[in-house]
Design a protein around this ligand. Structure first.
Ligand code: ITT
Ligand code: MG
Length: 175
């Protein structure tokens, strides 16, 4: 992994939970990097409604971060929802793109959303606002996230995005 040390990594978000996920991922790989948050558009709806739309948001952010951050690697992390016959799930995707055009994708954990949250999302509201009201908190999206609230803190948003990012980096790491 030596070749990855001291590279400039641009993350396409200024959300602290996502920035922490990038820090955790490279720490887990024992790689020292410079992490630069850049505010970029996701290119998808503010509340992605499908797995594919969420994945595309991560790809769009990674590409925009790479260019805007003038980095070696651009990273996009996107959260969304996915409706299934078993109910509505929170989903997350990570994408990493290098200056040579290599692209890796990684999927995060799926979490079933309680019915009273799902019906609010079906009204077109954003999960960030809904979970704040549901939990009586403010800014959950920048802290432990919905997964943190619903798993009693056992799995935080940064952990979920860390693992999805490690999966996205895998294809870029092996020979
Ligand atoms: O600043 P950015 O990077 O946009 O961070 P965000 O918290 O808005 O996160 P996303 O855009 O990736 O998520 C898309 C929408 O889903 C919501 N969301 C996704 N996962 C969430 C979580 O774990 N907790 C709270 N809101 C979440 C969030 O409110 C967004 O409106
Ligand atoms: Mg957002």
């Amino acid at each position: 992994m030596e070749m990855w040390n001291n590279r400039k990594i641009a993350i396409g978000s200024t959300n602290p939970a996502k920035i922490q996920a990038v820090e955790l991922a490279f720490a887990a790989l024992s790689i020292a990097v410079e992490i630069v948050p850049v505010d970029v558009p996701s290119g998808v709806s503010p509340q992605p409604q499908t797995d594919t739309e969420t994945l595309q948001g991560a790809r769009n952010r990674a590409q925009a971060a790479l260019q805007q951050g003038q980095a070696d690697v651009g990273i996009g992390l996107e959260g969304g929802i996915q409706r299934t016959e078993w109910g509505m799930f929170l989903c997350n995707w990570a994408c990493a793109i290098t200056t040579s055009g290599q692209e890796g994708l990684g999927g995060g954990l799926r979490l079933p959303l309680p019915y009273d949250i799902a019906i609010e999302l079906d009204k077109g509201r954003e999960l960030g606002d809904v979970i704040d009201a549901w939990a009586g908190r403010h800014g959950v999206r920048k802290q432990e996230g919905t997964i943190g609230i619903l798993t009693q803190g056992a799995v935080r948003r940064a952990d979920m995005f860390r693992d999805a990012l490690l999966c996205a980096l895998a294809p870029l790491m092996h020979r």
